[in-house]
Design a protein around this ligand. Structure first.
Ligand code: 13P
Length: 257
């Protein structure tokens, strides 16, 4: 990561916490610690992808973060039950959305749905975080072409002028929710493949505008390694973003690195 770039520190709350009251208490405690930090932090220095029903209330009480969603629909306004479209997210104060997290893919999201989600989200001006990552690794390195192909297909409907609002989150599925993250070296190798795929799609000038981040068992102990050696512009954090103290430590570490 180049020193002058502000790292993207994104927490993914998944299906926590249990209630809106708990979510508001979390944000108030986090912002209190943020204000008291000894590190020089930007006015807004974290992102939280929260359960969708909490977004509008959390937006009202969060001072130092950007609040977003964990998924969005790629269908248009109209007669479909149980989906939320980008304009609806924006209107509740959401500034970003994750798309195609592996836990969403596992529930049957198709490549075509993914391509529409990414395109509509970017057209609506949401910061759009597309998650990609291999299920397992093989010795031949096929996982690199799997990730590259996924990116090409997922971005097939996107105009290159919108790439500046796109983030690719590299989340190897085998590293999510476990105890073993990728090494910074393993991460770096895939970041290069991601950048290669982006360049082949739209050319280097547009590809350079895309931020690439890492997720999968990020902790306060390993966060700095990905920023310093993993070639990424930020982190996507599950469990460690779900307690105030560990999330705040990661924010401090990354902004101070
Ligand atoms: P963990 O950090 O809990 O492994 O989760 C990663 C993740 O899924 C973030 O989107």
């Amino acid at each position: 990561m180049t020193a002058h770039i502000t790292p993207l520190i994104i927490g993914n709350w998944k299906t926590t916490p249990a209630t809106l009251k708990d979510a508001i208490t979390f944000i108030k405690n986090l912002d209190k610690k943020y204000t008291a930090s000894k590190i020089k932090l930007p006015k807004k220095g974290y992102y939280l992808a929260v359960p969708e029903v909490f977004i509008s209330e959390i937006v009202k009480c969060s001072v130092h973060g950007y609040i977003g969603a964990q998924n969005v629909s790629g269908i248009s306004l109209g007669q479909t039950t149980g989906e939320t479209i980008p304009s609806q997210l924006l209107s509740t104060g959401s500034t970003f959305t994750l798309i195609s997290h592996s836990e969403v893919r596992k529930r049957g999201e198709t490549g075509d749905e993914r391509a529409h989600k990414v395109a509509l989200s970017l057209q609506s001006k949401l910061l759009t975080i597309l998650c990609v990552g291999e299920q397992t690794r093989d010795k031949q390195g096929n996982y690199l072409s799997i990730v590259e192909e996924d990116i090409k297909q997922s971005l097939s409907l996107v105009s290159k002028n919108l790439f500046s609002n796109l983030v690719i989150a590299y989340e190897p599925v085998w590293a999510i929710g476990g105890t073993t993250p990728a090494t910074p070296h393993e991460c770096f190798e895939v970041v290069i493949a991601i950048r290669r795929a982006l360049s082949s799609l739209v050319g280097i000038d547009y590809a350079k505008k895309v931020k690439v981040i890492y997720g999968g068992t990020v902790t306060k102990e390993n966060a700095h390694l990905f920023i310093q050696e993993g070639g990424v512009d930020g982190l996507l954090i599950g469990r460690a973003s779900q307690t105030v103290s560990s999330f705040m430590e990661i924010i401090n570490i990354c902004h101070g690195t």
